[in-house]
Design a binder for this molecule. Structure first.
Ligand SMILES: [Zn+2]
Length: 308
């Protein structure tokens, strides 16, 4: 639900490509035994093709290579067992050692799980240890069904354990990838009030729901967002944060009072243009959209402040 930017980061790309080439160079190549194996051996030994598979997004890949389109179509129907068996001998998620994963997650710089925007992701290194990390690398297109993309940077998303291991797992519903976009104004967290006390933040008589707007007609994107909400159980997860939501509603109700606003202004010694500083002070986070990925619940707080 929050966009990530590391695919475009030149330093991350350079480091990852060097690592991949080094890793694949050390691997003993299987010798092709039949026509199908020969085709894949030729494709995957081509450095330019491998580079594209690692870095080009799927929408570009299917336009560039007709056979990738065919491959994706076959995998969608679970109809490419023989081909995938061969591909797995060249490309395999297990080739990423724990050390490489740790360094990749550090370099990606994603602080909070982009799927739920709730859990922190961070790598910890202990002296004398090869490091630990809190967070998995999720494959947007599952590695079992699409081994060709098991090492593709555009397909690897740092995610919390709940999102990766409990909710998403190997399922193939088409979701909105955080590489592609986050939830924008077209999907916001709505609070449905059942009492006036809830509006003042005094009671929990309200419902919490992610709502997809009808504003634009990109039905494919809408369906993907709906799948994210369903796959990652976002309605159920955020329903569990009513206490935090209640606190924001309460602060928002108080903030609407001019006398209070002026006293905060005086306290923070800001001029009338300092709305952002005041909001930061009051709601505890930076409400600029570019910071959503750095702060847990940032999108939730933003939507409550701006739209509820
Ligand atoms: Zn998560």
């Amino acid at each position: 639900m929050v966009k990530v930017e590391y695919l475009k980061d030149q330093k991350v790309r350079e480091w990852y490509w060097k690592t991949i080439r080094n890793m694949l160079g050390k691997k003993r190549k299987p010798s092709p035994k039949n026509k199908l194996e020969k085709i894949w051996a030729e494709r995957l030994s081509d450095c330019k093709i491998m580079y594209d598979i690692i870095f080009e997004e799927l929408s570009v890949l299917v336009l560039k290579y007709e056979w990738i389109k065919e491959y994706v179509d076959k995998c969608k129907k679970n109809d490419y067992v023989a081909g995938n068996n061969i591909i797995s001998q060249y490309i395999n998620a297990n080739m990423l050692s724990k050390e490489i994963r740790l360094e990749l997650i550090e370099r990606m710089g994603v602080r909070v799980c982009p799927y739920c925007n709730q859990q922190y992701i961070y790598a910890i290194r202990f002296y004398g240890d090869d490091g630990r990390y809190l967070g998995d690398l999720d494959h947007v297109l599952p590695k079992k069904a699409y081994p060709l993309f098991a090492l593709s940077l555009w397909n690897l998303i740092p995610a919390c354990k709940s999102c990766n291991q409990l909710f998403k797992r190997d399922q193939q519903k088409e979701i909105l990838s955080p590489i592609e976009a986050g939830f924008g104004e077209d999907c916001i967290l709505k609070i449905k009030y059942r009492s006036i006390n809830a509006i003042k933040g005094a009671s929990q008589e309200f419902e919490v729901k992610w709502e997809i707007s009808d504003g634009n007609n990109q039905s494919k994107r809408k369906q993907k967002i709906a799948n994210n909400i369903d796959v990652f159980k976002l309605n159920e997860l955020y329903e569990g944060h009513k206490s935090e939501i209640q606190l924001i509603l309460w602060k928002k109700a108080i903030y609407s009072n001019k006398v209070y606003q002026n006293s905060i202004k005086r306290m923070l010694n800001v001029i009338s243009g300092g709305k952002l500083e005041m909001e930061n002070f009051l709601f505890g986070i930076d409400l600029s959209k570019q910071k959503f990925g750095e702060q847990p619940h940032a999108k939730m707080i933003y939507d409550i402040v701006k739209y509820n």
